[in-house]
Write a protein that binds this ligand. Sequence first.
Ligand SMILES: [Fe+2]
Length: 94
Amino acid sequence: MEIQTGNVNEEKHVPFVEELDNGYRVTIGKPAIHPMKDMHYIEHIELYVDDEMVGKKEFEPGDEPVAEFNVDKGKHVYARELCNVHGLWQGELE
Ligand SMILES: [Fe+2]
């Protein structure tokens, strides 16, 4: 599956990654939270640290598309999410 990306401030599918004291938080939809309806929702969020997947959270319609991962910090941090309508998207820690 093709991995899409874009400007996190303009495209609601690009994962917004923030650093926390003990890990990272990923939100789907910085300009506006992505819908979580029966026909259109975020299926999962994955977090990658230094090119290794260190966590994954699955979602159902009605959930909030936000995931916090209590993990060791790294240098290169990004997240991927799967929208059931619009496919796979990646966003980097800024
Ligand atoms: Fe979508």
